[in-house]
Ligand binder design. Structure first.
Ligand SMILES: *[C@@H]1O[C@H](CO)[C@@H](O)[C@H](O)[C@H]1NC(C)=O
Ligand SMILES: *[C@@H]1O[C@H](CO)[C@@H](O)[C@H](O)[C@H]1NC(C)=O
Ligand SMILES: *[C@@H]1O[C@H](CO)[C@@H](O)[C@H](O)[C@H]1NC(C)=O
Ligand SMILES: *[C@@H]1O[C@H](CO)[C@@H](O)[C@H](O)[C@H]1NC(C)=O
Ligand SMILES: *[C@@H]1O[C@H](CO)[C@@H](O)[C@H](O)[C@H]1NC(C)=O
Length: 264
């Protein structure tokens, strides 16, 4: 009894994994293109490929007996089937392409396999985000490094706006993460803009970052001016005070003088 239950559980798990293994999901963007992976084993030959929507009932792209057919009007002139891999490319994506696709793969010896791909069509690329990794002003040079990241599967690149002729380096610090880092150094007291662009080949989305790297000398001059101003105010007060009470001060001095000299 227990043994049977155990076998049943193992069987269910295997089934579940097999189904999950057939399921993929990809994302594309309105107006862009996307490749639906067939999931075919690259070592086995494909005799026929049939891509369909609405639970198998509508074939959108088929390849059999060496012939490619793309009859369904909705995808007319928007499909490209790779007959070696079985992958299907959909171009000029529309909002209603957001569906679950089925692919039937036929191998020699009547071997068949179903795989499923769920396509999500997004409005547009998300704006990449920028943050400062480090920034310093030393020996008359501003040295900065900026990071640009995106939540989408895109290629990121950095570019300075016009007016920046210094050298800069940009690259991917980590092959597996979606990040582009920029390193550069330039003379300070300027207004500089760097732009990070995200692209998936068709669509683009950029974000700008404005940098101002000021030398501290400005602050020092301001402090100095404030000090001079306070000193002038102080002297004015003393002079004013002395002028107002000149009679009293004169009397006080005379008295002090007299007592000091009378004593000795
Ligand atoms: C598509 O059809 C095949 C066989 O005709 C079936 O095994 C498979 O479950 C069907 N897929 C869907 C999503 O209905
Ligand atoms: C099909 O895909 C393979 C592997 O990605 C590639 O080498 C080949 O050029 C593709 N064929 C076509 C017709 O796009
Ligand atoms: C990201 O895009 C590349 C090329 O467009 C593709 O090869 C890769 O599988 C994608 N990765 C994910 C996680 O979708
Ligand atoms: C690269 O990025 C991945 C995912 O963000 C992370 O798990 C990994 O530790 C990073 N590797 C290095 C060398 O930073
Ligand atoms: C710096 O330049 C950007 C655009 O180039 C502009 O929008 C911004 O107002 C400028 N800032 C200053 C302080 O000049």
């Amino acid at each position: 009894m227990l043994q049977t239950a155990g076998i049943l559980i193992v069987y269910l798990l295997v089934c579940y994994q097999a189904v999950r293994g057939n399921e993929r999901s990809v994302a594309g963007y309105l107006g862009g293109s996307v490749i639906l992976p067939s999931g075919a084993d690259p070592t086995t030959k494909l005799v026929a490929i049939r891509w369909s929507i609405y639970n198998n009932v509508t074939f959108i792209a088929t390849f059999s007996e060496g012939e490619f057919r793309n009859k369904y009007w909705k995808y007319k002139d928007r499909l490209e089937l790779n007959t070696t891999t079985g992958d299907l490319e959909i171009k000029y994506l529309q909002a209603d392409d957001d569906l679950r696709y089925t692919v039937l793969l036929e191998h020699p010896n009547n071997l068949e396999r179903h795989n499923y791909v769920t396509l999500t069509v997004r409005e547009k690329l998300r704006t990449p985000s920028i943050h400062i990794i480090s920034r310093s002003l030393k020996d008359g040079f501003c040295t900065i490094s900026l990071s640009c990241t995106s939540e989408d599967n895109v290629t990121l690149s950095w570019k300075p706006e016009q007016g920046f002729s210094e050298r800069y380096l940009s690259g991917k610090p980590n092959q597996s993460s979606n990040e582009a880092v920029l390193w550069t150094s330039f003379s300070p007291n300027r207004n500089i803009t760097f732009c990070c662009t995200a692209t998936d080949g068709d669509l683009k989305e950029g974000k700008k970052h404005n940098l101002k790297c000021q030398e501290d000398s400005c602050h020092c001059q301001q402090n100095y001016a404030l000090l001079v101003f306070l000193l002038v105010v102080f002297i004015c007060l003393i002079v004013g005070f002395a002028y107002k009470y000149r009679a009293e001060i004169g009397t006080w001095f005379r008295n002090y003088w007299n007592t000091a000299f009378t004593k000795s």
